[in-house]
Design a protein around this ligand. Structure first.
Ligand SMILES: Cc1cc2nc3c(=O)[nH]c(=O)nc-3n(C[C@H](O)[C@H](O)[C@H](O)COP(=O)(O)OP(=O)(O)OC[C@H]3O[C@@H](n4cnc5c(N)ncnc54)[C@H](O)[C@@H]3O)c2cc1C
Length: 319
């Protein structure tokens, strides 16, 4: 079932969907931890679970022969995790599909595999510059922005594959989500320009938006208002993260370019390490209740690798 249908169903039933985002294990990592994580999340009956994608990155290593440039893809496995979620657990899997690190031809192949797995949804994102540029040999091509990727998926949904000479190509029917940034994407010159680029992604065929995490709901409500004023009518799902360690006061702003409000930072500073998670859970509970009361269509939690904080939170949220 499509994400958009889950959202409509939530609206009709008055029970907004709660969805999660997880990350595949590191290369060589144990699938047992992943299964435990999914088991923990399944108890909350998520209608869909997102699985992130990871492009290859460039690393430099000191070797006896000098500094060596290495290209490594640390977290493969998005498709396998999707197959597991979809077929073992019967939950709709939403694989993330990237521009960076993949040719359009590889993306088409990935999408074909997803169709055969019965996957109806994808989230199209650009990815960040990891220092690695996929070489484009033999006429291969690459998507530059997420909007280009959405257009590629939209074309497949109309039966237009990259090879133009295909006869009777079967149209795909992916429901496509895209990312949105209530505090502005870090490369955008301003929020208005960023929202115009978001509108272009919707016009290219995206059916819904999932936001970057934010810790102050005013960012979300203002963003939704600005998107509506720009003519973006699709559902905008708030993405939330439960703060669970003191180190995240620095790592979250550094990695995601979002603010931690001073009230939250002060509360974290005032407690011992073992109580930081209590502060994070209570903050996220207030955020969740206010978002739902303010008309958010659903809640999407960045769980990544551990369900502990979100389990404690969802025992308290009124849905
Ligand atoms: C919900 C969500 C899930 C994510 N999942 C993953 C994941 O699985 N793996 C991963 O590596 N990363 C993921 N990311 C991170 C994402 O890849 C980065 O934030 C990336 O820097 C931007 O991705 P985007 O899709 O928003 O890019 P885009 O929409 O392409 O925008 C990137 C920047 O370019 C600008 N822009 C867009 N279109 C144009 C245009 N036509 N001309 C000029 N400028 C333009 C935008 O304003 C923005 O500043 C996710 C982000 C979100 C919000």
């Amino acid at each position: 079932m499509k994400v958009i249908e889950h959202l409509e169903r939530g609206q009709t039933s008055g029970a907004p969907p709660i969805s999660f985002e997880i990350i595949p294990p590191l290369r060589g990592g144990d699938v047992k931890n992943l299964l435990t994580l999914i088991d923990d999340l399944v108890e909350f009956e998520p209608p869909f679970i997102d699985i992130t994608s990871h492009a290859a990155e460039v690393f430099y290593e000191e070797t006896p022969a000098g500094l060596q440039r290495r290209v490594k893809r640390k977290r493969p496995g998005t498709m396998g995790v999707c197959a597991l979620i979809q077929n073992k657990y019967g939950i709709d899997a939403v694989p993330h599909v990237l521009c960076h690190g993949f040719t359009r031809e590889e993306t088409e192949d990935f999408l074909i595999e997803l169709r055969y797995l019965g996957i109806d949804n994808v989230l199209a994102v650009r990815g960040d510059d990891s220092g690695y540029q996929k070489p484009l040999r033999d006429g291969r091509s690459a998507n530059r922005y997420a909007g280009d990727l959405v257009a590629q998926i939209g074309a497949m949904n109309h039966g237009r594959y990259l090879a133009e000479d295909l006869l009777d190509a079967e149209p795909a029917s992916f429901c496509v989500g895209v990312g949105g940034y209530p505090e502005k994407h870090f490369e955008a010159p301003n929020l208005t320009t960023d929202i115009r680029h978001l509108k272009a992604k919707v016009e290219a065929g995206a059916s819904y938006v999932v936001t970057q995490m934010f810790f102050d709901n005013r960012h979300y409500f203002r963003f939704v208002e600005a998107c509506r004023a720009e003519g973006i009518q699709v559902p905008i799902i708030p993405g939330l993260k439960v703060l669970s360690s003191r180190a995240q006061l620095a790592s979250i702003p550094r990695n995601f370019y979002v603010e931690i409000p001073s009230a939250l930072a002060d509360e974290v500073e005032a407690v011992g390490d073992e109580r930081v998670i209590d502060v994070g859970v209570e903050w996220a509970r207030r955020q969740s209740d206010e978002l739902l009361a303010g008309g958010a269509p659903s809640l999407h939690f960045y769980v990544m690798q551990s369900a502990a904080a979100v389990q404690r939170l969802l025992a308290k949220v009124k849905v």
